[in-house]
Design a protein around this ligand. Structure first.
Ligand code: NAD
Ligand SMILES: O=C(O)C(=O)C[C@@H](O)[C@H](O)[C@H](O)COP(=O)(O)O
Ligand code: ZN
Length: 350
């Protein structure tokens, strides 16, 4: 299915049109408790949502689990949802991932609309059809590919988003910049992530960023080859995030930023990525994301977690690396010693 991504400048008009285009009998709106407070209020008075039923789950990735999926399925069932009902996912990547999965599997699939409310969900999670949830401590272990019928992308929601979550989303934009070209990457490194944020410039950068993802997904929707580029930073990143779920949870984008540091180190070591560009990114990440509190005693556990990466074949751990900005190499491997060296590099911060 071709995904309709609406770059929205009039939220209420654009959403009303999308809902009307998405034929349905009953309408449901999924929020977490925070987006119910900050985001639902922006649309709840819409005529077309008058009869919509609200489903609210607990927030953050610690609740992106089977219990929340069951809660959504149960609410749909108890409120007489049919195959012709539509679920609107109003929230960050946690809500769009889990809501997309619940909708894709309820009665073998009902339609759904994503309204991303975090920077991360706007540039990444709400588009491209990856849905799912964490299982037994592993990131996105269960899921399906299925596009939302519409994605309504309106940056007005960013006004209530805290700086930490803004930075988290920005890490995926850095990833897109690395996959795109030198200009895009330079622009990203020069943006100031302290208050006051230049939201006008950010809006344009969001549109550019989501186009980079859209373009890759269009060519390879089911990650047979090229789409593995979008997983840059995630072999390490997901291992860090799964590890953190057992200690103190770290935001997805922060773990991606640390993953980019490690994977650019491997890129320089094995694929000739220019070291001065690696240091530039590393400095930006160090200044804006700090460090991950791991020690060398965590290395073996992290490598065990990397063995569950979805890009792996058999027992080799696969990485997406770069030869240069815009020059991607997928299905790359590294020895245990090289992986540990990359982790040392992250910890030493230089
Ligand atoms: N499907 C994909 O392609 C894809 C891509 C990237 C990330 N992801 C997934 O996305 C998730 C991370 O998404 P996220 O960073 O949006 O996290 P999130 O959905 O947990 O949102 C972060 C926090 O911000 C709050 N929030 C959301 N919108 C807000 C707003 N407008 N104002 C104030 N608070 C708001 C949420 O309630 C939550 O507490 C991870 O589970 C990750 O695996 C998926
Ligand atoms: O869209 C993609 O493809 C991505 O890999 C985007 C990632 O930013 C995102 O975190 C995704 O959920 C990771 O997917 P997974 O297949 O590694 O679980
Ligand atoms: Zn990601």
């Amino acid at each position: 299915m071709k995904q309709n991504i609406i770059i929205s400048h009039h939220l209420q008009t654009d959403l009303t049109k999308a809902i009307a285009d998405c034929q349905h009998d009953y309408l449901f709106v999924l929020t977490d408790s925070t987006t119910r407070e900050h985001c639902w209020t922006r649309i709840q008075n819409l005529e077309i949502l008058k009869e919509a039923q609200l489903i609210t789950i607990a927030p953050t990735d610690t609740h992106k689990d089977l219990r929340s999926v069951e809660q959504i399925w149960t609410a749909l069932q108890n409120n007489h949802a049919t195959r012709h009902s539509c679920l609107i996912n109003l929230g960050g990547g946690m809500v769009t991932d889990i809501g997309g999965f619940a909708a894709s599997t309820f009665k073998r699939g009902i339609s759904f609309i994503n309204i991303p409310t975090t920077l991360l969900a706007m540039v990444d999670a709400s588009v491209g059809g990856k849905t799912g949830f964490n299982f037994n401590g592993l990131k996105n272990e269960i899921g399906v590919f299925n596009d939302a019928n519409f994605v309504i992308l309106n940056t007005c929601f960013l006004q209530t988003l805290d700086l930490e979550n803004l930075r988290s989303g920005y890490a995926e934009m850095l990833k897109h910049g690395l996959l795109a070209n030198e200009n895009r990457f330079a622009q990203l490194l020069s943006f100031n992530l302290e208050h006051p944020i230049d939201y006008q410039l950010l809006q344009q950068m969001v549109e550019d960023s989501v186009k980079i993802k859209e373009d890759i997904v269009r060519q390879d929707p089911h990650e047979k080859g090229l789409r593995k580029a979008l997983n840059l930073g995630h072999t390490f990143g997901h291992a860090f995030e799964s590890w953190s779920l057992k200690h103190t949870p770290v935001l997805h984008g922060y773990t991606v930023a640390y993953g980019l540091t490690c994977e650019l180190y491997l890129s320089a070591l094995k694929s000739g990525f220019p070291t001065h560009k690696m240091h530039q990114l590393n400095q930006f990440i160090h200044e804006n994301y700090g460090t991950l509190p791991i020690t060398c005693h965590d290395y073996d556990a992290l490598i065990q977690l990397m063995k569950h990466d979805k890009k792996n074949v058999g027992d080799t751990i696969n990485f997406t690396l770069l030869e240069n900005i815009g020059k991607v190499k997928t299905d790359q491997t590294a020895t245990v010693e090289e992986i540990k060296e990359a982790l040392d590099f992250l910890r030493e911060g230089c």
